[in-house]
Design a protein around this ligand. Structure first.
Ligand SMILES: *Cc1c(COP(=O)(O)O)cnc(C)c1O
Length: 479
């Protein structure tokens, strides 16, 4: 079969290149645990110092380059001993989904093609998993940061008198947003970009469980009202990044109802744990939120990127984002209006087919499959947490509520500064060894070894090995 242009491939060639790519993916999986967790590039950076190509080269050569130089240097989050940040291992079926989605290459802003129906269905399923009502609407976004931004834009529009989209903030009352000091930094960014200003994001010192204290929230809202400001939004975090703490969502929902405030739940990490029976009680009240951010690329193991915004009153998103220029206007007699206009639910017009990998994952695993995987991660975190408690050399620094464990190596007789230094050195030694990836944090001013498990490949042995190594390296450094 002949093709019209070098850009095109005939079907046989599509099959052949697809098989080469599949071989790369399989090899990557086979060698996952033979290589260091973190594929540091370091002095090999010159590998990527390639002059801008004038002429092209054969596809086989390019795939060979990727196989040799790119695939073996991963960030590490597919490895069973990657415990950094909240970076999940990718569901292999989601990888296939991305390949199929990009082969179709639809632009998912609207109209009556399959991708829009698939995204619409994914939003319905996510709403159902979160206990949101029938009339809820939503949109997939690049991740939690964008999902939170979209939700807060809807909240700003709803909570500002007049039309803030046209008037701006100059004439209106000053909105105030409330959260605990454990809130994710993307809320700062959103409050900044929405013109509310980060000085009007009240970060209330968390309680000893790292949760938002309701009494302090009530006091601050009353103070701000007395000063002529307009309390508008409370952000409850459903699983904080530092410790996995879940704010008292039911109490926040009651408070927001009483005070006529918008309740936004940031469940980028934790929201999906609502479907895991042992964790569900912590999430009571999340279904009462006015808006919710969740990240399928976290606790649904969907490959990057996939975040999601849900709003309980469907029209709130369009109120904040609808803007239809003449070149997108839909003829009332058009044969393809489609089930949803995603372009009017967020800031983006051209949008990829992120929904397919989420759709395929939910079809493959079902609600019970995700519930079991989340339970397994949480059980591993409890296993680690109990093991930390049993070792005299270690001290736990926060309650283990979801799948994050915070602890430190105890350096006998050392000052706080020295103990922090030793714990930071432990992280650097372990990451440098290639056996683990950890990202430390600071809790109440103290350096913490932080382990986050959103990884269906991690086993108990990996965690025992981690503690053995922490204690061995800690003893070496401390004496
Ligand atoms: C990860 C996370 C975010 C940011 O999500 P991205 O997908 O990284 O943009 C926001 N909030 C919480 C609670 C998170 O865990």
């Amino acid at each position: 079969m002949s093709v019209a242009s070098d850009f095109d491939l005939d079907p046989e060639e599509v099959r052949r290149l697809g098989r080469l790519a599949a071989d790369c993916v399989a090899e990557h999986r086979e060698k996952l645990t033979e290589r260091p967790v973190f594929g540091k590039v370091g002095t090999d950076a010159s590998t990527f110092d390639i002059a801008l190509p004038e002429a092209g080269r054969p596809a086989d050569q390019i795939i060979a380059f990727v196989r040799e130089h790119v695939m073996p240097r991963p960030m590490g989050n597919s490895h069973p001993r990657f415990f950094g940040f909240i970076n999940a291992s990718a569901d292999p079926l989601g990888t296939v989904g991305d390949y199929l989605a990009s082969a179709m290459n639809p632009n998912c802003w609207g109209r009556d093609h399959a991708a829009v129906h698939v995204e619409n269905r994914v939003i319905r399923w996510l709403s159902e998993l979160m206990g949101f009502p029938e009339g809820a609407q939503g949109i997939l976004a690049s991740g939690g940061s964008m999902a939170n931004f979209i939700a807060l834009a809807a909240a700003r529009r709803a909570m500002t008198p007049g039309n803030v989209r046209e008037d701006g903030h100059a004439r209106g009352p000053q909105l105030v947003v409330y959260a605990s000091d454990q809130v994710h930094s993307c809320i700062d960014k959103a409050v900044d970009l929405l013109g509310i200003g980060t000085r009007h994001l009240r970060k209330i010192p968390c309680d000893d469980q790292f949760r938002l204290p309701m009494d302090a929230l009530a006091r601050m809202v009353a103070d701000d009202r007395a000063r002529g400001l307009r309390p508008a939004i409370v952000v409850g975090t459903a699983g904080t990044v530092n410790t996995g703490a879940v704010d008292p969502l039911d109490a926040i929902a009651d408070f927001c109802k009483r005070e006529s405030l918008w309740f936004h739940a940031d469940g980028a990490y934790g929201a999906m744990a609502r479907i895991a029976p042992s964790l569900a009680p912590q999430f009571a009240g999340i279904e009462r939120a006015d808006s919710l951010a969740a990240d399928p690329h976290k606790w649904m193991y969907v490959p990057y990127e996939a975040g999601a915004t849900l709003v309980r009153e469907g029209d709130r998103l369009a109120d904040a984002f609808r803007k239809f220029p003449e070149y997108l206007a839909s003829d009332p007699d058009s044969p393809f209006p489609g089930p949803a206009w995603f372009a009017e639910r967020g800031p983006e017009l051209s949008r990829g087919f992120k929904a397919l990998k989420v759709f395929m994952g939910l079809l493959r695993h079902g609600r019970s499959g995700y519930a079991a995987a989340i339970e397994r991660d949480a059980a591993l975190a409890r296993f680690l947490s109990d093991a930390v408690d049993r070792r005299r050399e270690l001290e736990r620094l926060a309650p283990t509520t979801l799948s994050i464990v915070n602890f430190r190596y105890l350096v006998p007789g050392a000052s706080a500064e020295r103990a922090d230094t030793v714990n930071r050195q432990i992280v650097n030694r372990l990451v440098g060894s290639g056996s683990f990836f950890l990202a430390p944090t600071i809790l109440k001013g103290r350096a913490s070894l932080r382990v986050c498990i959103v990884n269906f490949r991690t086993r108990e042995e990996d965690l025992t090995f981690l503690l053995d190594e922490v204690c061995r390296v800690g003893a070496e450094l401390a004496y």
